[in-house]
Design a binder for this molecule. Structure first.
Ligand code: TYD
Ligand code: MG
Length: 455
């Protein structure tokens, strides 16, 4: 009998080590290495025997192939993030913090698919049938034609799904609860997650079923273990949002069938998730009462422009090392803006606490937000509010120059639509027709000059 060997597998990146160690050399993560039983070496397994002569079919690239017909889930914001609906035979990973609303969203999506005449199956490894039914009743979906199962055994799940008519869509909630009895490792370990995901993806491809797989994330926002499955699936979506905010953002991180970085915005209500059709109106807040320290950034999320208010508070610090707190933006980027303000414009905030917040729980990754962040900081530091009806965008370079950014016209159009009257932008934008009068800001010093003196 083949002896099973112990190996030590990093649960963050999947690297295999011969012995336990505190830090994974491959990804640098601490305390992520767990002992697992290695599968028997390849030579111990019988080699699959090919039947007949093995051949593959070669097809011309040219010539028509119909676009894969997509199945609309019936939830507009979800369809948008997927690139126009579910592609048959695709595998989609949905990551997110526990309690963010993944199960709610997917149960609603399955009900919508079933109501549209599709065959939808929802497999939960986390809740009992009774609990899922209770949730469905609360969501007003008790009459939807969704088939439910509470199961964690991969073989049982595949055995059922591979018999009879293939379902159109299957939800697996969540991959961390699945286990395959061919492996010795515990559910949720990298070995199990990888093997189960592989089988699910294979089932999706062979049966033409779209499979939505839920994966939990760790506290620092990485998909726990399933990092290793991000490359196996066609699409990776993250469901994010700040605790305490009712808004949730579904973001496409990878999508083989649509634009990455597309977002869908939802609101969590007592009756489940509802779509937010005009996110800009939501993230901009009440414009009647704008105080100092706020600037409206005209951003682009995926293919759509989104306006969002950036709030800053700059206050003299009693601490030796002043505090820097950032919510919804990159802390390193804030440090850079503060350094450029200091070095190029003489605005030193080294003895001040700086708090930066993106309204509504949205997370921004665009460098185009630099100028709006600088404006919010200066506005707070000088206690002078920005004009009520101005939006701001532009990238700050280390020299202090403001660099042009992509899709300026779309940003301006969205701002005009929401009633803004002008925009502070980089200079040299090549605009055909501007929907708004723009004020060109060539470098940070020109921005500083628009505010009063530092107190
Ligand atoms: P859930 O979908 O269970 O999260 P996940 O599957 O990502 O862990 O969402 C649970 C949270 O959503 C819970 O905190 C309660 C809240 N919620 C509502 O506010 N309204 C609702 O109608 C439902 C079903 C849940
Ligand atoms: Mg859940």
């Amino acid at each position: 009998m083949a002896r099973t060997r112990e190996t030590f597998v990093c649960q963050a990146c999947g690297a295999v080590h011969p012995r336990w160690q505190g830090k994974c050399d491959a990804c640098g993560e601490w305390n992520s290495i767990v002992e697992e039983k290695a599968p028997p070496p390849a030579s111990a397994r019988p080699l699959p025997r090919s039947k007949g002569k093995a051949r593959m079919e070669l097809v011309d690239l040219k010539g028509d192939a119909p676009d894969a017909p997509r199945r609309k889930t019936g939830i507009g914001e979800l369809d948008r993030v997927l690139g126009g609906g579910l592609v048959p035979a695709s595998a989609i990973l949905i990551g997110g913090d526990p309690g963010i609303g993944k199960s709610t969203l997917l149960l609603q999506a399955m009900a919508a698919v079933a109501n549209g005449g599709g065959r939808a199956v929802y497999v939960s490894g986390e809740e009992a049938i009774g609990q899922i039914k209770m949730r469905a009743r609360r969501l007003g979906l008790a009459n939807a034609n969704v088939e439910l199962a509470a199961e964690t055994n991969l073989a049982a799940i595949l055995g059922t799904l591979e018999a009879g008519t293939p379902p159109d869509v299957v939800v697996i909630d969540s991959v961390q609860t699945l286990w395959s009895d061919t492996l010795d490792s515990a559910p949720g370990t990298v070995t199990q997650v990888r093997a189960c995901a592989q089988e699910l993806v294979r089932m999706a491809k062979s049966r033409g079923t779209a499979v939505l797989i839920v994966g939990h994330v760790t506290k620092d926002g990485q998909l726990a273990g399933p990092r290793v499955m991000e490359h196996m699936v066609d699409t990776v979506l993250y469901f994010e949002g700040e605790r305490g905010h009712q808004f949730r953002v579904l973001r496409a991180v990878k999508n083989r069938f649509g634009p990455a970085d597309e977002i869908g915005v939802f609101e969590m209500t007592g009756a489940g998730l509802t779509e937010v059709l005009n996110p800009s109106a939501l993230f901009v807040g009440d414009r009647e009462a704008r105080a100092s320290g706020a600037a409206v950034f005209a951003g682009i999320e995926g293919t759509r422009p989104v306006l969002v208010e950036i709030q800053a508070l700059v206050a003299a610090s009693p601490l030796g090392t002043p505090r820097r707190t950032v919510v919804g933006w990159d802390g390193g980027r804030l440090a850079m803006i503060l350094a450029v303000l200091d070095a190029r414009c003489g605005v030193g905030l080294g003895s001040h606490d700086v708090y930066l917040n993106v309204a509504g729980g949205l997370r921004i990754g665009e460098p185009a937000a630099d100028l709006a962040v600088a404006a919010a900081l200066l506005s707070s530091a000088t206690d002078s509010p920005l004009p009520l009806d101005v939006v701001v965008f532009g990238e700050v370079s280390l020299s202090g120059a403001i660099r042009p950014v992509a899709q300026a016209e779309a940003r301006l159009k969205e701002a005009a639509k929401l009633g803004f009257k002008s925009a502070w932008t980089p200079s040299g934008l090549k605009l055909g027709s501007t929907p708004l009068p723009v004020v060109e800001i060539g470098d940070l010093a020109q921005l500083v000059a628009r505010f009063g003196d530092l107190p």
